[in-house]
Design a protein around this ligand. Structure first.
Ligand code: PAF
Length: 283
C-alpha cells in the first residue's frame, strides 16, 4: 500500500492512475478503524480499480478540544488493516497540510438548513468542519466515487447536499451501518464505554426498532412514539439529546403524510455520545 503525507505526491499518483483509465474510489476516515470502516473499504473495492483511504482527525469538526485531544490514534493497526483489505493508497496529512493557516482562518462550507439541526444544534460548527474538510479532501483526491457510512446519516446528507449544490464531480455512496451482535452500531466511540455502559448501549438501537414497529403498526402518533422512546432510554441510563422522526429526504420534521422516514437519535451514556438511526418507508 502506498502512503502519502503531501498533497502534491498524492495528486501525482492519482493522476497517473486516472490517465491509465482507472476508476478511483475514496474512503475518508479519521482512523481508529473498525469493522464498519472495513465494510466501507470492501464496498469501495467493488466500485473501482483503485481505492484510496484518508486518515485525518479533523480539528475543525470537534466542538470540544478535549474530545479532539482524546480521539484514539491507532495508526499501526489501521495501516495493517488497510493493507490486508487491499487498499491501494493511504493519504495521511498533518493538520498543517490541510490547514496551513489554522482551521479557524480557513474558508468554510456551510450547508444551510442541514448544518445546524439535530447533531449540528448540539455540536456547534461540527458540520461546517465536516463539509469543509470533505470538500478539501475531494479536491485533493479527485476521485470519481466516495463512500460513507449511513450511521452518520446527517453527515451523509450534508455531504450529498454539498456535492449537489456545489457541483462536485463525484458520486456519493452510502453503506448500511455495521452492527455488533447485540445491535450496537459500530463506532470508534464505543471504545470509550465502560463494561456496564457497553451492556446498556444496545438499548439505543432497540429503542429505534421499537419506535419503527410502533409507527408501522399505526397505533401511535409521531410525538407519542418519540416521547416513549426517550423515556425508555432515560430509564436505561441514557441522557437523550434527541430522538426524532424525520423526513429521510430533507431531515425536516415528519408529518402524517411523510412516506420516506428516518428515525434519528443521539444520546449520552456517561461520557460517551452515541448516535444511530433507522429507516422506515410507507411508500
Ligand atoms: O465520518 C468521519 O470519519 C468524518 O466525519 C469524516 C467524514 C472523515 C470527515 O472528517
Amino acid at each position: 500500500m502506498l502512503h502519502f503525507n503531501k498533497i502534491n505526491d498524492t495528486r501525482q499518483q492519482l493522476h497517473a492512475w486516472r490517465m491509465a483509465g482507472e476508476r478511483i474510489v475514496f474512503v475518508p476516515t479519521m482512523g481508529n478503524l473498525h469493522q464498519g470502516h472495513l465494510r466501507l473499504v470492501e464496498h469501495a473495492c467493488q466500485l473501482g480499480q483503485r481505492v484510496i483511504v484518508s486518515i485525518f482527525v479533523n480539528p475543525k469538526q470537534f466542538n470540544d478540544k478535549d474530545d479532539f485531544a482524546a480521539y484514539p490514534n491507532t495508526l499501526e493497526e489501521d495501516f495493517s488493516k488497510l493493507q490486508a483489505a487491499g487498499v491501494d493508497a493511504l493519504f495521511l496529512p498533518a493538520v498543517e497540510v490541510i490547514y496551513p493557516d489554522g482551521h479557524q482562518k480557513n474558508s468554510e462550507i456551510i450547508v444551510p438548513g442541514l448544518s445546524d439541526i439535530l447533531c449540528g444544534a448540539y455540536r456547534t460548527g461540527h458540520f461546517i468542519g465536516v463539509a469543509t474538510v470533505v470538500a478539501k479532501l475531494f479536491n485533493i483526491v479527485q476521485a470519481e466515487v466516495a463512500v460513507f457510512g449511513e450511521k452518520d446519516f446527517q453527515q451523509l446528507m450534508v455531504i450529498r447536499r454539498m456535492v449537489n449544490e456545489l457541483c462536485f464531480p463525484i458520486e456519493i455512496i452510502g453503506v448500511p451501518t455495521e452492527r455488533e451482535c447485540d445491535g450496537l452500531a459500530m463506532s470508534s466511540r464505543n471504545g470509550y464505554l465502560n463494561t456496564q455502559e457497553r451492556q446498556r448501549a444496545p438499548l439505543l438501537y432497540k429503542a429505534l426498532k421499537q419506535a419503527k414497529s410502533q409507527l408501522q403498526s399505526g397505533g401511535e402518533d409521531i410525538p407519542g412514539v418519540e416521547v416513549q422512546a426517550q423515556q425508555r432510554l432515560q430509564e436505561g441510563g441514557f441522557r437523550v439529546e434527541y430522538f426524532s422522526v424525520r423526513s429521510a429526504k430533507e431531515l425536516s420534521l415528519a408529518g402524517p403524510g411523510t412516506q420516506d422516514l428516518v428515525i434519528v437519535a443521539a444520546a449520552w451514556l456517561g461520557k460517551t455520545r452515541l448516535i444511530d438511526n433507522i429507516r422506515l418507508n410507507f411508500g
